[in-house]
Design a protein. Structure first.
Length: 116
């Protein structure tokens, strides 16, 4: 059974940094894309960033490029989202996912709140 557990969320002032972690278990971590979505109050869930199985290819939505960095450590079965220069509009619940399409699994989410 696949389990994804996020950590690292919290309250930070604008301009600050946080690093989210997503610890995965239940299937071979190194075979799957890892990524992050977020959902702000009253808004649709939106894609944030993703990283392919080998870490060579990463993707990010335009609003976070240059500020957020996704990475993974296949030896630790963990993906990360380093978030710098945070803005109030980054406030959301951040969800980690593993896999694509019908074989995608989700974590429970971690709250990130950026105060102005």
């Amino acid at each position: 059974q696949v389990q994804l557990v996020e950590s690292g969320g919290g309250l930070v002032q604008a301009g600050g940094s946080l690093r989210l972690s997503c610890a995965a278990s239940g299937r071979t971590f190194s075979l799957y894309t890892m990524g992050w979505f977020r959902q702000a109050p009253g808004k649709e869930r939106e894609f944030v960033a993703a990283i392919k199985w080998n870490g060579d290819n990463t993707y990010a939505t335009d609003s976070v490029k240059g500020r957020f960095t996704i990475s993974r450590d296949n030896a630790k079965n963990t993906a990360y989202l380093q978030m710098n220069s945070l803005r109030p509009e980054d406030t959301a619940i951040y969800y980690c996912y593993q896999g694509e399409g019908a074989r995608r699994y989700w974590g429970q989410g971690t709250q990130v709140t950026v105060s102005s």
